[in-house]
Design a protein around this ligand. Structure first.
Ligand SMILES: [Zn+2]
Length: 95
């Protein structure tokens, strides 16, 4: 996880869904920022739990605002909708 702050990975390949945060993010950035990243990823988890596309579209923005974080994603949606094995194959993703 060199180029992203965190990510949400859907369950797959016998593995549970997972949220990961960048160690670099934890070490370099204020905890408020890291908390924002965590909640951002939790909104993706919420999308997954409700069978929604994992993106930064209207539903994402509405939920982000509802839980008190910025609805703006600074980068495009990550490949979180892809199976875990694909996500581990070197795809870069963003929070
Ligand atoms: Zn995101």
């Amino acid at each position: 996880m060199k180029h992203r702050l965190g990510h949400y990975m859907v369950a797959g390949g016998g593995q549970s869904a997972e949220i990961a945060l960048s160690l670099r993010h934890l070490e370099r950035d204020p905890w408020d920022d890291v908390l924002h990243t965590l909640v951002h990823e939790m909104v993706h988890q919420w999308q997954d739990q409700h069978g929604m596309p994992l993106d930064h579209g209207q539903a994402f923005r509405a939920k982000a605002r509802a839980v008190g974080i910025s609805a703006r994603a600074t980068r495009p949606a990550n490949p979180v909708a892809q199976p875990r094995l694909a996500a581990r194959s070197g795809n870069r993703s963003q929070p």
